[in-house]
Design a protein. Structure first.
Length: 140
C-alpha cells in the first residue's frame, strides 16, 4: 500500500478539496490517504521547511518559496477575482479606503498567505501583523 500524505487547512475551500477523499467518493486502489490538518500558515511553513507532505494546500503567496520542492497542480486552486481577501476596520473607524491604512498595523493570517500578498500589492506601506486566521475579523 502506498501512503500519500495530504495537508490542508480547515478553510472551506481546502475542506472541499479533501471531502472526496474523506467521504470515500475518491477511490485510488493501492493508495492510502493520510490527512494532515493545520492552519494555512502552518502548512506553508512546514511545506517550506520540511517538504513533509506529498500533496498540500498552500497559499499562492508562499509558492515562490516552495517552487523548488513542489509543483502546482492544474486543479484545486481557489484564487480568483471578486472575492476575498477583504480589509475590515472597526465600526466608526476613520479609515474608509485602503489608502487610509498606509503605515498602519494590519492583521494578516500569515506573512506568506494570499491575503498578505494581495495586501502588499494593494497597499505597499503597512505593517503586517500575523494572526490566527480565525482571529483576524474579531481583531478589527
Amino acid at each position: 500500500m502506498f501512503r500519500l500524505k495530504v495537508a490542508h487547512s480547515p478553510d472551506s475551500d481546502d475542506a472541499f478539496m479533501y471531502w472526496g477523499i474523506a467521504t470515500g467518493a475518491v477511490k485510488a486502489e493501492g493508495i492510502e490517504f493520510v490527512q494532515a490538518l493545520s492552519d494555512i500558515e502552518s502548512a506553508n511553513a512546514v511545506a517550506a521547511r520540511d517538504a513533509e507532505y506529498d500533496l498540500t494546500a498552500i497559499s499562492v503567496g508562499a509558492y515562490p518559496y516552495l517552487a523548488d520542492k513542489y509543483l502546482l497542480l492544474d486543479s484545486g486552486a481557489s484564487f480568483g477575482d471578486g472575492y476575498g481577501p477583504i480589509l475590515v476596520v472597526p465600526v466608526g473607524a476613520k479609515a474608509m479606503k485602503a489608502e487610509d491604512l498606509a503605515g498602519k498595523r494590519i492583521a494578516v493570517p500569515g506573512l506568506r498567505t494570499s491575503a498578505a500578498l494581495a495586501l502588499k500589492l494593494r497597499l505597499a506601506e503597512h505593517v503586517a501583523v500575523p494572526m490566527d486566521f480565525k482571529a483576524v475579523g474579531a481583531a478589527a
